[in-house]
Design a protein around this ligand. Structure first.
Ligand SMILES: NC(=O)c1ccc[n+]([C@@H]2O[C@H](COP(=O)([O-])OP(=O)(O)OC[C@H]3O[C@@H](n4cnc5c(N)ncnc54)[C@H](O)[C@@H]3O)[C@@H](O)[C@H]2O)c1
Ligand SMILES: O=C(O)[C@H](O)CO
Length: 386
């Protein structure tokens, strides 16, 4: 028998029961659900990662939909529990959904939502911040200063890498990877090399146009190249940022062999998912190559780091905060709630999950659609004509 979990209830008389496994930022998401006759139950348990058993207890006997988190294991057990409780909708409050077994959701006819678009620039900004911080050794220098070790300017103090004119490599040039590439190319005048399964046409056009602008102003133009292999990016780039989804093709994409082909003074940034890097191999590589630097937002076994990583001065580590701006997190909560609400109300699926602005405008009611359902096709759900 599952243990009872503590909850906060909004609109107790609401017809549809929607559970959120965590308190989420803002109140708009709650209000939008209440306005559409939902009883909203928010788990307030003081435990960061809920177990499958905890979530089964939250789902209970009747539940129309659940808003969950990327730390939860949404597989066969939870989808069958949700289905038994009459539920037909689940949404991650995240764009990545590698914690969700979509085939299991399909089996039980449960729609699976995610939150693309609203976090693209925010996540890219953190990747850019980690790139600069690692290249210019900002965290090391901050620690040195606070430790009272600074006793005057020195020619060799915390010398790092200049970004201008160097090459930025992007692995996975989707929404976030492309936004990051634009920041680094435009902001630091870096040349671009990228690897993706698909051509990033808009990104290529942007860099071409920016190069023309620079040339017209008498400056050195930037360049771009779509690499034929990931190894080409690793060999050529000075700063490499990882932005693919996590699936079996990207697990340990960066391993011992691939670290070995990177430049000795390269910067590697990961704001995608921890298991994209073999973290044990990375720790060893960082120990052997003190001028190689990393900026990590995600880890292979979150919330843990592999032994030795925390002791290394050439690693910057932050706790999975890439999407953590107030506007973004409130927007993610809104999109996740509207994914669930849309399925409960029988609304169609928004036709372009990359264009979610209409759902985020607080001054007008959101469209009557689910913003992003990843298994819409598999479930045969209708698409909005709006
Ligand atoms: N750290 C964070 O807080 C944070 C925030 C947002 C997203 N993310 C992660 O970033 C990922 C990307 O988000 P997005 O919105 O840019 O998604 P996206 O789907 O727009 O981009 C992913 C890109 O990766 C490419 N890709 C897939 N497999 C590949 C492979 N084997 N090799 C090279 N490229 C490959 C895809 O073609 C696509 O262009 C999410 O899935 C999530 O895991 C992390
Ligand atoms: O996938 C995501 O959305 C992130 O990891 C959290 O923002």
């Amino acid at each position: 028998m599952a243990k009872p979990v503590s909850i906060e209830v909004w609109n107790p008389r609401g017809k549809y029961r929607v559970v959120s496994t965590k308190p989420m930022p803002g109140t708009r998401w709650i209000n939008l659900l209440i306005e559409q006759d939902c009883r909203v139950e928010i788990c307030t348990q003081k435990k960061t990662i809920l177990s499958v058993e905890d979530i089964i207890a939250l789902i209970g006997d009747k539940c129309d939909g659940v808003i969950g988190q990327l730390t939860e294991d949404w597989g066969e057990t939870l989808f069958s529990a949700l289905s038994r409780a009459g539920g037909k909708a689940f949404s991650n409050m995240a764009v990545g959904y590698n914690n969700v077994d979509v085939n299991a959701a399909n089996k039980y006819g449960v729609a699976v939502g995610n939150t693309p678009g609203v976090l693209t620039e925010t996540t890219a900004e953190l990747a850019a911040s980690l790139s600069v911080s690692a290249a210019r050794r900002i965290v090391e220098a901050d620690e040195f200063m606070r430790a009272g070790l600074y006793d005057g300017w020195l020619p060799n103090l915390f010398v790092g890498n200049l970004l201008k004119g160097q090459t930025v490599g992007v692995i996975g040039a989707g929404r976030i990877g492309s936004a990051y590439a634009r920041m680094m190319v435009e902001g630091f005048k870096m040349n671009l090399i990228y690897y993706d399964l698909y051509q990033a046409t808009r990104l290529e056009k942007f860099v071409t146009a920016y190069a023309e602008f620079l040339k017209a102003n008498g400056e050195q133009p930037v360049t771009w190249k779509r690499a034929a292999s990931m190894d080409e990016v690793l060999r050529e780039a000075d700063v490499i940022s990882l932005h693919p989804i996590l699936d079996k093709t990207t697990y340990h994409l960066v391993n011992k062999e691939r670290l070995a082909i990177m430049k000795k003074e390269a910067v590697l940034v990961n704001c995608s998912r921890g298991p994209v890097i073999d973290e044990v191999a990375l720790v060893e590589h960082l120990k052997q190559n003190p001028m190689f630097r990393v900026g990590l937002d995600v880890f292979e076994d979150e919330p843990y780091m592999k032994p030795g990583l925390a002791d290394l001065k050439n690693a910057i580590v932050v706790p999975h905060i890439a999407s953590a701006s107030k506007w973004t997190r409130e927007g993610m909560a809104t999109l996740a709630a509207l994914n669930v609400l849309g399925k409960i109300k029988g609304y169609p699926i928004w036709s372009d999950p990359n264009q979610v602005e209409p759902f985020l405008n607080e001054n007008v009611p959101p469209p009557a659609a689910s913003p992003s359902i990843v298994n819409a096709k598999a479930l045969g759900l209708p698409v909005s004509r709006l």
